[in-house]
Design a protein around this ligand. Structure first.
Ligand code: SAM
Length: 240
């Protein structure tokens, strides 16, 4: 990573109250592997160092705001893609047991290989669709938290994520600006699958100032067995 990239990462971390100095070597290696992997296959749209540092690394770490990931263990990153937010979270918070999930095998192969190269023993990636894992006893109701970034609209996320959570587990969804229509639909969908929207926290991405929203949905009671519906149905026919 260039000195300019390191400076951006440290300043971004500072803005989030994180000293990333001890983690610079891990982030530098993650950047190198991401650029190398992206040259071979289509992993991420971002190809420039400053974009990757701010829009992947720092952006992923904004999920730590509010302390919703403190003092918990089992965390799914639903639709992790090339490993975001899972890999930055695993670097900075080694006490988290992260399960990055994606339906695309090549992305999970990249996440596995990268976690191994970085020596991240707290990352256990899974290839699969959320709709299937949510009906699989090995995964249903097994997790303390689900984190998610850039995967789907809130009503769809509620149906995909809540089945994976234990009671009083939290879905922590990091999104861009959210419309009142999407939020209202998300509130209704959350109720249908046993949850409640507890936090809607607008904030800006450090340095760039891009608008973001952290949404936290708490699971209050078991999700009805019919959810999640069959693969593809939550997207094609959102609950609300
Ligand atoms: N979270 C990453 C990030 O912020 O860079 C990746 C976002 S990418 C736009 C969405 C990812 O979610 C894709 O890799 C896709 O394969 C995955 N995905 C979408 N729907 C899914 C589902 N139902 N189950 C598992 N993965 C899913």
């Amino acid at each position: 990573m260039t000195p300019e990239g390191q400076d951006l990462l440290l300043r971004g971390g500072d803005a989030l109250g994180l000293d990333l100095t001890p983690h610079l070597p891990a982030f530098a290696e993650l950047l190198r592997l991401l650029l190398e992997g992206s040259a071979r296959t289509n992993l991420t749209a971002l190809k420039e160092e400053p974009d990757i540092v701010l829009k992947h690394f720092v952006d992923s770490l904004t999920c730590l705001q509010g302390g919703y990931l403190h003092g918990v263990q089992r965390v799914v990153d639903l639709g992790t893609g090339a490993g975001f937010p899972a890999l930055p979270l695993a670097i900075v918070q080694p006490d988290l047991q992260l399960v990055p999930v994606d339906s695309t095998r090549k992305k999970i192969e990249f996440v596995s290989a990268t976690a191994a190269a970085l020596g991240l023993n707290n990352v256990n990636p899974v290839v699969g669709r959320a709709e299937e894992l949510g009906q699989d006893p090995q995964h249903r109701q097994r997790y303390d938290r689900v984190v998610v970034r850039a995967v789907a609209a809130l009503p769809i996320l509620a149906e995909l994520a809540l089945p994976l959570l234990r009671e009083h587990g939290l879905l922590v969804a990091q999104k861009g600006p959210i419309s009142s229509e999407e939020l209202n639909a998300g509130r209704r969908a959350s109720g249908e699958v046993g949850g409640k929207v507890q936090v809607v926290d607008p904030f800006t991405l450090p340095i760039l100032g891009d608008a973001r929203t952290l949404i936290v949905i708490e699971k209050l009671k078991p999700t009805p067995a019919k959810y999640p519906r069959r693969p593809g149905v939550p997207n094609q026919q959102p609950l609300f």
